[in-house]
Design a protein around this ligand. Sequence first.
Ligand code: GLU
Length: 323
Amino acid sequence: MKKKMRIVFVVLVLAGFLCAVSSTTALAAKKFVSIASGWVVGVYYPLAGAISNIAHKNLPDIKITVESSGASVANAKLIASGDADMAILQNDISFYALNGTKPMFDKPVANIRGITALYQEHCQIQARKDAKIASVKDLKGKRVCVGPLGSGTEQNAMQILEAYGMTFNDMGKVERLTAAESSDYLKDGRIDAAFYSVGVGAAVLVDTAMTLDSVIVPIDAQAADALIKKYPFFTKAVVPKDAYKGMEADVPTVAVMAILVARAEMEEAMAYQITKAIFDNIKDIERAHAKGKEVTLASALNGMSVPLHPGAEKFFKEKGIKK
Ligand code: GLU
């Protein structure tokens, strides 16, 4: 009896050992990739989630995890430090990162490489209707959220104010809040307006407009021209009147592009696999957010402001969209 039990014990230990060995080899085979995205109530986050799901369903060796963040500027720094393998960010900010433009970056993010352009992000200033802000000029003396810490939005807010001859010092109060907080502050009347450089239809703006009488403040053609001249990544754009509850007409503004990037250190084969999986499963990107419909192979290089990752380049060459 004792002998039998000893045999059972040995068999169990052996089985446990084999299980452990096989699961560590499975783990060793699996490669972990992190994407620095953006605001949970923005568009980067749901799109990064869709990319993670695509990998889950189609790339058994790659596990992609999604991190939320302040967004563009913070994300470029995460690429530099290696704390993120991939990131979504604005094409203006990625260009500043590559070039180490001060004061945003104290040194160049030399390892930032493009995977694909994604969609247009509009500079949207949402204001309480009762704050009576009809023009950017009316932000003078108001309580304004200029974007989350580490956002591209904050940089764009500075540039937009500059086009009107203003700075943050002209505001009554400047807040740097997460996007979700700035929505709450607007609704509670703790701020009068908030800047967001984000895809039209982002949850943060939709949700605020649902419960608060709000407006989108226009950026007029003259200011847009001045902005484009000094910061060429801006293009003229329009927030369509059906974008948010309470809008009465289309609102002119400027826009940049959201792009997906990876670290130069990512293996070529992996960058290729991920790029291919995205475009082979583009329907999953389209389902994640209305903005996903703008992600197409034909526009994959539009506004790409950093050198392509060799893995992405290989895929685009195969598809004939890159020579
Ligand atoms: N473009 C935004 C920023 O960098 C982030 C938008 C998002 O999270 O969807 O400020």
